[in-house]
Design a protein around this ligand. Sequence first.
Ligand SMILES: [Zn+2]
Length: 151
Amino acid sequence: MPQTREQKLQKKKEYYNSNKKEILEAMKQYRQENREKRAEYNKQYYQENKEKIAEKKIEYYKQYYQTDQCRKVRRIGQWKHSGLIDSDNDNYESIYDYYINTTQCENCDVELTQDRYNTSTTRCLDHSHITGLFRNILCQGCNCRRGEDNF
Ligand SMILES: [Zn+2]
C-alpha cells in the first residue's frame, strides 16, 4: 500500500526527531567546512553588486532621514548635546511630544514655525543652563533673550 503524503511527512518528522542531534551536527559541520566557500561567494556577490548595494543603502537612509522617528531622534540628540537633562529618566520623548505640539511661544504668544534655518519665530526648547532642566517652548527670539539671563 503506497504511502500518503501525510504519512511520508510524518515519517520524515519522526526521523528528524529521533536523529535531531546527528542532523544538526551534520549541518553545523557542513557550514564549517564550507565557510570559506560561502565567504568567497559573499565577497564575489558584493563585488559584483557593489554599486547596487550602495545605492540601496543610500536610498534607505534617505527615506529614514525623512521619517518622524528620525527627526525625533536627531532633535533629542541635539538637546542632549546642548546639556538638557532628563529629570524623570528617559522622559525625553514626552518633552519632544510637548515640543512638537506647542504651537505658540509660551512667553510672547507668537505663532511658532518649524524652519530649516532659524528665524525669530522658530520653535525652540528652552532649558536652564545651570540645572540643565527643561523650562519652556519658546520662539527663537525669546529663547535668545532668556539665554542671556542665565537662570
Ligand atoms: Zn517668544
